[in-house]
Design a protein around this ligand. Structure first.
Ligand code: MG
Length: 359
């Protein structure tokens, strides 16, 4: 990997649906774009370090101070420990630059076997049951092929039961706990076991990321597949989790595993083990969404991903918006990630630009 110039650009993009965080209501997404020469990528690190340790200000700092200097020196980015979302963005921008120069698409580069990928949606925890039912009805009307509900202790069996009662057993439904359940809390475990009766496609990441033993124990008690997200930062971690029986499905996110190459390594581990996969989401702009669609077009991704329309997150996107048609999203075929940035829109949301050059 070589490069002459790297740009770190911050954007504040209005969200379609503001949400509540520990700091109050969040109505914008703080986005970090990375440009390497002519190639662009998006860093998926969120504003706060609540999903993993990574957050956007930290990613910006480690890119500027540690990763970009290594890129310019031709050194291995893995000389820096962790910081996978930051590394993934820099690596993706390098790949985008190379593919643009050769006129090839990421989908071609990834070995895509589909021209369109099934669209799925993740619904956050709403303020009421009525709101949840409205959200599910809207998602179904928009054609999403499956719905994922976020759950947490106290908001699990009741919403799943209500959704099943309202929409029937044919709705493809799964839940994601983001590690909110305590493996040593009997009430928490009982609630997860109670979810087994609702025909869910999977239960995602009920326990803490580092607790593979607890996930294996739950998996033995359930007919519903256990899926891991935060527990899988690498292909090696995927191998360990599968060997332990901690999951039978893996949610793959390029940012979480340090880039597309590692995502492909996870894909290959799962295919070899007969473990199903789908592509997760980090409320990406069209730029990150394009890469996710290319990844999801690989043969091992047999389950519906968190691949939604741009409008799910952003009223105005920085690329041509992704639109769900017949329950699917297109796999972009243009050079690089396959989409072009609308630079006028990018400029209108930009809050800072930092350009670093090889010495
Ligand atoms: Mg998840």
């Amino acid at each position: 990997m070589g490069a002459d110039e790297v740009e770190l650009r911050r954007l504040r993009m209005p969200l379609t649906t503001p949400f509540r965080s520990s700091h109050g209501v969040v109505s914008e997404r703080d986005v970090l774009l990375v440009r390497v020469d002519e190639g662009w990528a998006e860093c998926v690190a969120p504003t706060e370090p609540t999903y993993t340790e990574e957050y956007v200000d930290g990613a910006h700092a480690v890119l500027r101070d540690h990763l970009v200097p290594r890129l310019f020196d031709g050194a291995d980015l893995d000389g820096v420990a962790g910081h996978r979302m930051a590394k993934a963005a820099l690596r993706m921008a390098v790949v985008d630059d190379g593919l643009r120069r050769s006129g090839r698409s990421l989908a071609m580069h990834m070995g895509a076997v589909r021209e369109r990928v099934p669209a799925g949606i993740a619904l956050g925890i709403p303020s009421s049951m009525d709101e949840l039912l409205e959200d599910v009805a809207a998602a179904s009307a928009e054609g999403y092929q499956r719905v994922k509900l976020k759950i947490r202790p106290g908001w699990d069996v009741a919403p799943v039961k209500e959704v099943r009662a309202a929409f029937g057993d044919s709705l493809a439904l799964q839940v994601d706990a983001n590690g909110a359940y305590g493996a040593s809390d009997p009430a928490h475990v009982d609630a997860l076991v109670a979810l087994d009766g609702f025909g869910l496609l999977l239960i995602e990441q009920p326990f803490a990321a580092d607790d593979l033993v607890a996930h294996a124990g739950l998996a033995r008690r359930l007919n519903t597949p256990v899926c891991l997200d935060e527990s899988v930062p690498s292909a090696a971690a995927a191998s360990a989790a599968i060997a332990m029986g901690a999951c039978s499905v893996v949610n793959v996110k390029p940012g979480r595993v340090g880039g597309l190459d590692e995502a492909v390594a996870v894909h290959d581990v799962c295919v070899a083990a007969g473990v199903a996969m789908w592509v997760g989401g980090m409320s990406e702009t069209g730029l990150g969404r394009a890469a996710n669609c290319a990844l999801a077009a690989m043969p091992g991704f047999t389950m519906v991903g968190d691949l939604s329309a741009s409008a799910r997150w952003f009223p105005v996107d920085i690329t041509e918006p992704f639109v769900v048609e017949d329950g699917t999203l297109p796999v972009p075929t243009g050079p690089g990630a396959g989409v072009e940035l609308r630079m006028d829109v990018v400029e209108s949301f930009t809050t800072s630009v930092e350009v670093l050059r090889r010495a």
